[in-house]
Design a protein around this ligand. Sequence first.
Ligand SMILES: [Zn+2]
Length: 97
Amino acid sequence: MKSEAREVAMERMERLFDLAEKALPGDIDLSRKYIRLLKRINSHYKVSLPRIIKKRICGKCEIALVPGISAKVRVSSHNRYVAYICMHCGAERHMRY
Ligand SMILES: [Zn+2]
């Protein structure tokens, strides 16, 4: 696959994630729609989802996890991870650091 197409896909995904973040907290449905679109581009172009985006999407209910808006953040210095807890469905995503 041409790298140019991959770059365009990346740009689109970043943009969609940005929009998904901005749709919150007011419009969860719209935010989720952007995330679904993002995932569709992701599978269509077979590119890997940028790590920073992947970790910030709720794996269960597909909304953008924005600290203080749609997610609670908990830091575990003992286990060296940051947990994003979805305020919508309660699912947790852990991020090692
Ligand atoms: Zn969720």
